[in-house]
Design a protein around this ligand. Structure first.
Ligand code: MIC
Ligand code: SF4
Length: 754
């Protein structure tokens, strides 16, 4: 069954005309990115939009939300007074399922322990016309790729790995819940026109090299900041030779370089995937407009002229990579791992290998990993490390079980977890993790920030392809290079693994008994949505207060965060996912993972009112109770990682008024703006050094806060000295209205009520 066919038909019917108009306006051949973006504009502009400069309003075709972010997105949506979502939208229950003993038991426990939240999400979806994917149905991005993504479409999703749908040639962008709310109420969605990086792929993947290695290599080259403000467009013969799900892997992990999204032009791999997933009608529609679903030939012939940056990669020469620990851009080719591990003193004994997640759990991935597991059985090997598998969807799970792969994994000691995020998001009851021992794990997920998978900051997680992870789990050794090294089997013989083989798509087709979808009521107006006033998991939202109209004075430093401060540091996941629908309760995790610049301590900051040291949320609550606003200071790429808007709502709720950093990650900066905060950057990055533990801040210039005009901050230090610094911002006129009203939602509500 193809979902929302009428909408897809409409997009394709309008596409040629819109693209022609854009080509005229720009007066040049177009990249695929431009085609999709211009075909989804709210209004065709008078003149070409300047990449990296102009803010633009778009009309995305759909919205996807996962359980951990949907709660806040829908709590916001509920306050807007609409009866139905304005565009097709879905909710996916995947983040709240803890991995412990295995799929069946874990899922039952999760359904029971999250009943209140799942009931809320199911009823709110039913009430407002939203498709609901039940717990166990699979991970949002996999389910979207299997059911909703279509070439040339544009979507947003409240999860940073929404770009996974680029595997089917979409422009799919991760956003905070307030952005999703805009689109669901029928407003256009705003984004600064991205610049475009072209990645030219030549040659063919072979041997042990996989699509995952493409993005691990790109991440090593561009770093976690290199993609900020860009859409990455892959093209070339090499691209055509990668499966649609492999393309999904590459686009998915584009989030790790900060890219707005990544995409590929429509080709036969996408056609094959659409047909295999029961969407032959969509493939036929796409074939009819196929010249519009890829970049113009002139662009790909002379990429330097049309892209802001071009990267060349010859797939023939690509080696498997392991990226990590603690950051996804520290890329080591497997042939260099022996030296790197030694030089950095990384423990080489691998305790656990995990495959799956939204990034790498296609039929192709699993079949290739299963091929290695089969080889291990034939050659008399078992996995030395623990080995865990998280399938991405019930459809994949059902099909790989039918085809015997799960049995094969179990024969080498593997455990299969539920079709959910599980260990990827710290929902992993890993035995012994509380001892906080230094240890190494390898996985095919996308993120490996400290403490992310098992809550242990001393676990070193390395990211690799499912194939390499499986080989390393068999060897139990981080430095095992399957291309050159041998293993000793149960008979004491030396054996070597052959390069993995598998199937792009299941030879017997996909199958599933119950995919786990619940369609919404046609008329949901009588559906009751329950939020108990005494709930510890759900809390209706109170609007944030509007700006007072005056400069902000006497703000206290809350924390000067040092080094990497991702959304995992600002609002940790794992056990805290429990409170994603309750702003006050989740605020107790605010910045508890960030390092205090002044004492290198974690969750230990000075309370300027008492001179004592306390935990970040508690000090913030004391300032708030005293009616004093506060400031968070941060380093580069602050807020990297997730789309979770809790990382912006919690500081807002606890009285932080300004976040002042060297640079921001895109989604987090927007989330702060949407919640009515001031997201500012140092004009001179060295001014970061001027902030002292007892600094009190005044912000001058807010009365004529306007686009492109820096603000001034006075730093009043405890010894009576002062510094005056310039701080920059990227607010446009509309975003300044959000600040003035107290949040973007307040603006929407004011509009709806007037
Ligand atoms: C993640 O991978 O960090 C998450 C959990 O999927 C997040 C969303 C969230 O925090 O709920 C993301 O990437 O946006
Ligand atoms: Fe889930 Fe992990 Fe994918 Fe985020 S990255 S959606 S936590 S599987």
């Amino acid at each position: 069954m193809a979902f929302d066919l009428e909408i897809i038909k409409k997009v394709y019917a309008e596409m040629p005309g819109k693209i022609e108009a854009a080509r005229k306006l720009l007066g040049k051949p177009l990249t695929l990115t431009e085609k999709i973006l211009y075909a989804h504009l709210d209004k065709m502009p008078e003149k070409a939009l300047e990449r990296g400069v102009d803010y633009v309003n778009f009309r995305p075709d759909r919205v996807a939300m996962q359980d951990a972010t949907a709660q806040m997105a829908l709590l916001q949506f509920m306050t807007c007074g609409r009866d139905k979502v304005a565009v097709p939208s879905t909710v996916h229950c995947d983040h709240l399922i803890q991995a412990k003993s295995g799929a069946g038991t874990d899922l039952d426990i999760a359904i029971d322990s999250n009943k209140e939240v799942f009931d809320f999400l199911s009823s709110v979806s039913n009430r407002y016309g939203i498709g609901f994917w039940k717990p166990g149905a699979g991970i949002i991005h996999q389910v979207v790729l299997e059911n909703y993504a279509f070439p040339g479409g544009m979507m947003i999703g409240t999860d940073s790995h929404t770009p996974n749908a680029g595997g089917l040639g979409m422009v799919a962008i991760g956003v905070g819940g307030a952005d999703a709310c805009d689109v669901m109420v029928g407003l256009p969605w705003e984004l600064r026109m991205p610049k475009v990086i072209g990645v030219h792929l030549t040659g063919n993947l072979n041997g042990w090299a996989t699509p995952k290695d493409v993005i691990l290599w790109v991440a090593g080259k561009l770093t976690v900041k290199g993609g900020i403000g860009y859409i990455v467009e892959y093209f070339g013969e090499g691209a055509k030779n990668i499966s649609a799900t492999g393309k999904g892997t590459i686009c998915n992990m584009g989030a790790e370089i900060g890219a707005t999204t990544s995409t590929f032009g429509y080709d036969e791999s996408m056609e094959r995937y659409l047909k295999a997933t029961n969407r032959a009608e969509i493939a036929a529609l796409a074939n009819d407009v196929k010249e519009h679903l890829t970049g113009d030939a002139e662009v790909y012939a002379n990429p330097e002229e049309y892209f802001d940056q071009v990267i060349e990669l010859n797939l023939d020469e690509l080696e498997p990579y392991l990226n990590g620990p603690f950051t996804p851009d520290l890329a080591t080719p497997i042939s260099k791992m022996k030296e790197a591990a030694k030089a950095n003193n990384w423990p080489t004994n691998v305790e656990v290998g995990l495959i799956g997640s939204c990034t790498n759990s296609s039929y192709e991935d699993i079949s290739r990993a299963a091929n290695l597991a089969e080889q291990a059985i034939e050659k008399g090997l078992t996995a030395k490390a623990e080995y865990k598998i998280t399938p991405g969807s019930e459809m994949v799970n059902y099909t790989i079980t039918r085809d015997g792969f799960i049995d094969t994994f179990e024969k080498i000691g593997g455990t299969v977890f539920a079709n959910a995020c599980g260990p990827c998001i710290g929902m992993w009851a890993r035995e012994g993790a509380d001892k906080k021992e230094r240890n190494t794990i390898v996985h095919s997920f996308n993120r490996n920030f400290a403490a992310r998978q098992d809550g242990n900051p001393n676990t070193m997680a390395f990211v690799g392809s499912p194939e390499l992870v499986t080989a390393i789990a068999i060897a139990g050794d981080l430095t095992f290079n399957p291309m050159t090294d041998t293993l000793i089997n149960d008979k004491g013989e030396e054996v070597k693994l052959d390069p993995p083989t598998g199937w792009e798509l299941p030879p017997k087709g996909f199958d599933v008994e119950d995919a786990g979808f619940q369609a919404p009521a046609k008329d949901g107006s009588n559906v009751e949505v329950i939020v108990r006033p005494d709930s510890e998991r759900l809390q209706l939202l109170e609007p944030f207060p509007a700006w007072s109209g005056k400069d902000l004075k006497g703000l206290k430093l809350l924390i000067k965060a040092k080094g990497k401060c991702t959304t995992d540091h600002i609002s940790m996941a794992g056990p805290w996912l429990r409170f994603r629908g309750h702003l006050d309760n989740i605020s107790n995790n605010m910045l508890i993972g960030a390092t205090n610049y002044f004492n290198d301590g974690i969750n230990k900051i000075k309370n300027q009112l008492t001179g004592e040291y306390g935990e970040v949320p508690s000090v913030a609550r004391q300032y708030k109770a005293a009616g004093i606003g506060s400031v968070v200071v941060g380093d580069e790429n602050y807020g990297e990682g997730s789309s979770r808007e809790h990382a912006a709502m919690e500081p807002r709720h606890l009285g932080v008024q300004v976040v002042l950093v060297k640079s921001f990650a895109r989604i987090h900066e927007t989330n702060l703006k949407k919640q009515g905060m001031l997201a500012l950057t140092f004009d001179n990055k060295d001014d970061y050094e001027l902030i002292q533990e007892d600094t009190t801040f005044d912000i001058i210039g807010l009365e004529d806060f306007s686009a492109g005009k820096p603000l001034t901050m006075i730093l009043n230090h405890a010894d009576g000295s002062k510094d005056e610094i310039t701080v920059n911002h990227t607010y446009n006129a509309q975003q300044i209205e959000w600040f003035k009203a107290g949040s973007s939602l307040n603006v929407i509500r004011n509009q709806m009520n007037s």
